[in-house]
Structures are given as structure tokens and as C-alpha cells.
Design a binder for this molecule. Structure first.
Ligand code: NI
Length: 138
């Protein structure tokens, strides 16, 4: 855990009012937390644009009765074991499976693999969520 530092910033009063209103609306306990999240979001975007290393999760929902689908999804993950860190499988109900796959790698590689997983025929819904530890910024 890094040391916490305080800093001051100047901005227009109405901009600050809008920021505080948004902070409250989104349920943040205080504006430091909201600001930290905004900074991290911006860093993730920058890492993405620079094709730097990102971490994230791919979330998939699919019907396990779809022929060979589970095997195909597992096959894609084995083919990219350098990027796939771990997978959590939840049997949601009689038909549906939820899979949450942790990924780490260059943004372009992660996006390609996520597209392959989400785009596999029979996947009902899927989404890549990228995040950052904030440590990979150069
Ligand atoms: Ni299942």
C-alpha cells in the first residue's frame, strides 16, 4: 500500500458543485474516493490506448447444453494460458453457467481473446472489464 498524500487543487466553483453532486449520487463516501476512481479510470484508458499491460475480467453467460460450447470456451483459455490467470465457474440454474475469467496482458491481446470468448457461438452475453493496479504506468 502506497503512502497517502494530500494535495490541493483549484477549480471553478460550479464545476466543484457538480462533482460533489455526482459523488453523492454515485454513493461515494467522500470526494477523495470519487477522485481516486476517476484517476484510475483515466489511467486504464491511457494504458489501453498505449497497448500497455492491463488486468481485467471477462464475464460470460451461456447455456451449457449448447453442443461443445463449454469445450470450445475451455480450449480458447488453454490456448492463451499466458493471458488467462484463473476462471470461476458458477452453475446459475438448470441451463445457465456464469464464467468469470481473470486476464492480464497487453490490451490488444486481452481484447482479442475476450472477443473470441464472447463471440463464441452460443454465448448469451459477455463483457470484458479492464482495470488497473496503477502500477504499470510508464
Ligand atoms: Ni455450469
Amino acid at each position: 500500500m502506497s503512502r497517502i498524500v494530500r494535495f490541493s487543487a483549484s477549480l471553478e466553483e460550479d464545476l466543484l458543485d457538480r462533482f460533489e453532486e455526482s459523488t453523492r449520487r454515485r454513493g461515494y463516501g467522500n470526494r477523495s474516493e470519487a477522485l481516486r476512481d476517476m484517476i484510475r479510470d483515466s489511467l486504464v484508458r491511457e494504458e489501453w490506448e498505449g497497448d500497455q499491460e492491463i488486468v481485467g475480467t471477462v464475464t460470460l453467460v451461456y447455456d451449457h447444453h449448447t453442443r461443445e460450447l463449454a469445450d470450445r470456451l475451455t480450449g480458447i483459455q488453454h490456448d492463451h494460458s499466458d493471458v488467462i490467470l484463473s476462471a470461476l465457474h458458477v452453475h446459475l440454474d438448470h441451463d445457465n453457467c456464469l464464467e468469470v475469467i481473470a486476464v492480464r496482458g497487453r490490451a490488444s491481446a486481452v481484447q482479442r481473446i475476450a472477443d473470441a470468448l464472447v463471440g463464441t457461438r452460443g454465448v448469451k452475453h459477455g463483457k470484458l472489464t479492464a482495470t488497473t493496479t496503477g502500477r504499470h504506468i510508464r
